[in-house]
Design a protein around this ligand. Structure first.
Ligand SMILES: O=C(O)CCC(=O)C(=O)O
Ligand SMILES: [Fe+2]
Length: 592
């Protein structure tokens, strides 16, 4: 018997009165059988073993014992799972039993966990065939991983202890405790965390990214300590008036979203922004010890986040399923001259990349249009001080993204980080950007997302949905759109009656881009473009001017709210906001 376990224990949740289930026999079962038969005939001749030493043992022990269809029927009769149940097959092999169940019963979800990659991949193929013919009544998630590694199925443990002597002015709020919302009864089936000390971590992370739109990473111990130090330093510096003043983004740079460095206030969220390759031009000398310490901590965290993103990007560009567009972008980034001596980092390329360190107040309110896709290539977010990050990572049986928020941080251990793609990555590789938002649930929260973003002058290729354009123009287009006018592929889709409005917003963004460009051209310390890049930029600009903006007009209105205004606050408003922040807290710029 294969080491298969049909988990009926904790994996089921029964509602008080199970809803009546339709008969198991009115389903298109013959169609399911014929799809499975056809898929069996397509089997590769020699399935190879994988999953490491444990995988080899398992392969030997597994006798390929299938739970036959008859057994599935008996099992369903015995368990009679209600529609609210989640069905888990731990050791799901090629998934046949799981699919028979998902085709017969309507449940919240069916999850299969399989250690052997070849079997998992076969199960994914079968799922695709069954989903394409809409034969599954229950959405099926397939996880490739080792059950023994799935520690995140337990709620996270306590925080790491700070290093001896570390400054801690006030204790941070207890991490990941929930005063208002009780933790969900059932832990979601997250993929296993990938240990970044493993040499093949990037390969595995990119597999997860392709399949789930995010990857769970386990950081190295030293990195976990650095994140902790950063959170403590943030709390300290943000509560010091001198530090805030010294770190503040100079007024003239406030609108230079892709270059500015420093502290920004908002009534319910304040943050430090560090564009690692941009020279820092603060109005005051940074001398306040909490500010100096915060900059040092932020630079260290940004550095290791950038290293992880670089490794993942190289894998996406050159590894399995290599992407030539991305590989070209990496080559172009390598040609960008090294940053000036006063930049926070000396690494060349990725000029726009940045670390943001947010401190959300407990009054930070979730708004209906907060869900968004990040603009850049990759985002990496170490677990914050209190759970709040929510993601929409799953497709339903019809292949559309499910409008269900997963409180992913609640299930991340304190040494973990989440990695996911933004709209530029989607534009280059076809891996959709992850839709996400933050709900602090009435608790103070400090987080430090790092955004790996390409340099503004790099040329992005023309694709089916996009013209050839430079990164800064692509960014201006997405910035001009409201969150609900953007798709995970970075395409702007506006309602017909908002097309003119969008063009006005875009024209404003492009004007501001032009003024930033001419200011930068006059600024000798900004990263210079090579002659070829300048010429390519010029060509793309000319084309844009000739053809006007490319906008897809949405034919039908979705149920979402249209055109919620983004507050691009003028200087006076900003100053008023800052004064308000002095009392309790200015500015809205949500998309990283
Ligand atoms: O605070 C976080 O964890 C994420 C914030 C975010 O999504 C962003 O700035 O784009
Ligand atoms: Fe984001």
């Amino acid at each position: 018997m294969a080491p298969r376990l049909l988990a009926a224990m904790h994996a089921f949740a029964f509602s008080a009165s199970p809803p009546a289930c339709p008969s198991a026999w009115d389903m298109p079962i013959p169609a399911v059988r014929s799809v499975i038969e056809e898929w069996r005939r397509d089997a590769p001749a020699q399935p190879s073993s994988d999953g490491g030493a444990r995988g080899a043992m398992y392969e030997q022990a597994a006798t390929d014992g299938q739970l036959e269809e008859e057994g599935v029927v008996q099992l369903l009769e015995l368990l009679d799972p209600p529609a609210s149940a989640v069905f888990a097959d731990l050791g799901s092999g090629r998934g046949e039993a799981l699919f028979h169940i998902a085709a017969r019963r309507e449940m919240t979800r069916a999850v299969g966990v399989e250690l052997l990659r070849t079997r998992h991949e076969r199960a994914c193929e079968l799922r695709q065939k069954l989903e394409a013919r809409k034969l599954l009544r229950t959405p099926v998630s397939l996880v490739h991983g080792d059950l023994l590694d799935m520690r995140a199925h337990a709620p996270p443990s306590t925080r790491t202890t700070p290093p001896p002597g570390a400054a801690r002015p006030r204790p941070l709020p207890a991490p990941h405790t929930s005063a208002c919302t009780p933790p969900p009864l059932l832990p979601p089936m997250l993929p296993p965390a990938i240990d970044t000390v493993e040499p093949d971590w990037a390969v595995r992370a990119c597999e997860q990214l392709r399949e789930r739109l995010y990857a769970r990473l386990r950081l190295r111990p030293r990195e976990v300590r650095r994140v902790r130090e950063l959170y403590d330093a943030t709390q300290h510096a943000f509560s010091c008036r001198h530090s805030r003043r010294q770190l503040r983004v100079p007024e003239r740079e406030m609108d230079e979203l892709d270059h500015r460095n420093g502290y920004v206030a908002d009534p319910h969220r304040e943050w430090l922004e560090l564009h690692c390759s941009t020279p820092t031009t603060y109005e005051y000398e940074i001398t306040a010890p909490p500010a100096v310490h915060l900059m040092a901590c932020a630079t260290r965290v940004a550095r290791f986040c950038r290293e992880r993103c670089d490794e993942a990007l190289r894998e996406l560009a050159h590894g399995a399923g290599a992407c030539s567009h991305l590989s070209q972008l990496l080559t172009d980034e390598d040609r960008i001259p090294p940053p000036p001596a006063d930049a926070a980092e000396s690494e060349r390329g990725f000029v726009e990349s940045m670390l943001r360190v947010y401190q959300y107040s407990r009054d930070f309110q979730l708004r209906p249009d907060d869900g968004h896709h990040d603009v850049g290539l990759l985002t990496i977010i170490p677990r914050s001080t209190s759970p709040g990050l929510q993601i929409q990572p799953e497709k339903d049986a019809r292949g559309s993204w499910r409008a269900e928020w997963l409180d992913v941080e609640r299930w991340m251990a304190d040494d973990e980080a989440i990695l996911f793609g933004g709209m530029t990555l989607a534009r280059l590789t076809g891996i959709p950007a992850l839709f996400h938002r933050v709900d602090v649930g009435g608790r103070v929260r400090i987080s430090a997302p790092f955004f790996q973003r390409p340099s503004p002058g790099i040329l992005l290729p023309a694709t089916r949905r996009h013209d050839e354009e430079t990164v800064d123009v692509f960014n201006a287009k997405t910035r001009a759109a409201y969150n609900d006018e953007l798709t995970g592929a970075g395409v702007v889709v506006v309602a017909p009656h908002h097309a003119r409005d969008y063009e006005r917003r875009l024209a404003k963004e492009l004007r501001s881009l032009d003024s930033v460009r001419s200011r930068r051209r006059g600024d000798a310390s900004s990263p210079r473009l090579s002659a070829a890049e300048t010429e390519a930029r010029g060509r793309a600009d000319e084309r844009r001017e000739r053809k006007g903006p490319r906008v897809d007009v949405r034919r039908e209105r979705s149920g979402k709210r249209w055109g919620s205004p983004r507050s691009g606050s003028p200087a006076a408003e900003r100053r008023a906001d800052e004064r308000r922040w002095e009392r309790v807290g200015g500015r809205e710029d949500w998309r990283g």
